[in-house]
Structures are given as structure tokens and as C-alpha cells.
Design a protein around this ligand. Structure first.
Ligand code: SF4
Length: 263
């Protein structure tokens, strides 16, 4: 049996809404336009990737300059809004870099990690891997409004799958996972047990089996509403496929593409 390719974002999309999964991964609908919060997140991720190439030699001001260097205007209302958010984001990134441990032993940045089980091939990209005395630690940057809590680090399937993949690839322990919230410079940590990682892998296998069965059902003539049901929620107003989804339109109008970056 062919192994099913999964990524944390693909699994998350299936969990959020099978109809969205259908548009994105089965139909591969390409939607024009971008969201301002993605533009902001990309600039921060790229800046920190570059800054952590040599944190001991770089200053927090260098990190702020890197945010501006990587900035893209996509999704913002206009140039004035983009510049205001860019400057705020650069300042937040500077503050984060003032608080982080620059003696940290960075193992890799933006590292693609993979592992395979009997059923699935997991692939994803880790923002940063730190080498600690106890093994490798997964770092995931967050740029949303709400600082993550310890429960978010504990419950994140993505972080657990990254950790399991890192263990598999680098043949050393990786049970520590951390969410670094750049706007507040706050950190949320969790240490998984091997059993907890195994449970998350089983969960990923179960979800992959679900969407594979849905796809087979659709190919066999089962209706879309049964195989890839729309599951309306507040996420609909942020969904790229809102304009082609009556169930999502019933929730309310689509948010402006810059909504998430304004107070
Ligand atoms: S608009 Fe809502 S229901 Fe429709 S695909 Fe998107 S998330 Fe799913």
C-alpha cells in the first residue's frame, strides 16, 4: 500500500474543515491575493532565520532591519498601513531578540524534517532547532495576537510531529518543544514523553486514513457533502475559499485581508 503524504498544515486543514481540504488539496484551487498577517509572519520568520545564523555577532537592531528588508506589502489596505505595521513588527522583533539567549546553540533554521511510518510520510519545516544538553529542541515562531500558553505547546500536533521527525532524522532525543510569541516576547514550553509522541503519530495516521477514505468515496460517486462536508465556523471569514462556499458565506462576510494585523 502506498504511503500517504501528510504535513501538519494538511492535517490541520482536514481537522478544521474537510470542504476546505477539498478545495486546497483535491481541487488545488489557486486563490489570488494574500493576507497581511501572512506577509507579516513571513517577514518575521525570514528575519529570524537570518538573524539566528549568527546571533552572537548580530544585534537586536539588525533583527529589526531584517524585518524591514524582508517586508512585503501583500494584503495590506495601503502603503501607509503596511509601513505602520512593518515598523511595529520590526520593534517587536527587536524586543524579542533582546530577550533571547544569544548563547543558544542553534542546530538549524527553517529545516525540513521528515519521517515515515507504516502508513504515512510526514514532512514539515521547523522554524529553529536548538541543541541542548538533553538533545534537540523544536522552536516554532508565532506572530498572532494571543500569546500561546503551555497547553498550546502541549497540544500542538504540529510540534509533536516535528519532534518525532527530528528524533527519527537526527538519531538523538527531541522531546522539548517551544512556541516563541514574537509580539510579546513570551515563550511556552512543553516536554513530551515518547508515549505522547507516539499517540500524536497515531492520530496523524488516523486523520490521513480519514481523508484518504473520503477521497476514495468521492471517486466512487459519494456526494461531496458526505465525503468532504463543509463545517462552518468563525474560520470561514478568514477562508480563501469563502467566495465559492455557500456554507461559509452564511457565517458572515469575509474579513478584510488586513483585519488580523490591526488592533
Ligand atoms: S468557508 Fe468555511 S465551510 Fe467553506 S471551505 Fe472555508 S472553512 Fe470550510
Amino acid at each position: 500500500m502506498a504511503l500517504i503524504k501528510v504535513s501538519p498544515s494538511k492535517l490541520g486543514t482536514w481537522q478544521d474543515c474537510p470542504r476546505k481540504f477539498y478545495f486546497q488539496y483535491i481541487q488545488r484551487v489557486r486563490v489570488p491575493g494574500s493576507w497581511a498577517h501572512f506577509s507579516m509572519g513571513n517577514a518575521v520568520h525570514n528575519a529570524l532565520r537570518d538573524w539566528f545564523a549568527s546571533p552572537r555577532e548580530s544585534t537586536p537592531d539588525d533583527a529589526a532591519a531584517l524585518v524591514k528588508y524582508h517586508w512585503q506589502d501583500g494584503g495590506f489596505a495601503d502603503a501607509e498601513q503596511s509601513q505602520a505595521i512593518r515598523d511595529r513588527t520590526a520593534a517587536q522583533t527587536r524586543s524579542y531578540c533582546q530577550t533571547v539567549d544569544t548563547e543558544v546553540d542553534v542546530h538549524s533554521r527553517e529545516r525540513t524534517v521528515t519521517m515515515r511510518t507504516d502508513q504515512i510520510i510526514i514532512s514539515g519545516r521547523v522554524d529553529r532547532l536548538d541543541q541542548t544538553a538533553e538533545g534537540l529542541q523544536v522552536i516554532d515562531y508565532k506572530t498572532g495576537r494571543q500569546p500561546p500558553a503551555e497547553d498550546d505547546a502541549r497540544g500542538s500536533m504540529a510540534l509533536a510531529l516535528y519532534a518525532a521527525s527530528v528524533q527519527s532524522m537526527f538519531k538523538q532525543p527531541c522531546t522539548q518543544v517551544s512556541l516563541h510569541h514574537i509580539p510579546s516576547a513570551s515563550l511556552a514550553h512543553w516536554r513530551h514523553s515518547d508515549q505522547a509522541l507516539a499517540r500524536q503519530i497515531q492520530r496523524a495516521e488516523s486523520l490521513a486514513a480519514e481523508f484518504t477514505a473520503a477521497q476514495r468515496g468521492l471517486e466512487s460517486g459519494a456526494p461531496l457533502d458526505l465525503t468532504f462536508a463543509a463545517t462552518p465556523s468563525k474560520l470561514c471569514q478568514w477562508c480563501d475559499y469563502w467566495s465559492m462556499c455557500p456554507a461559509g458565506q452564511d457565517v458572515g462576510p469575509m474579513h478584510p485581508r488586513w483585519q488580523a494585523v490591526v488592533d
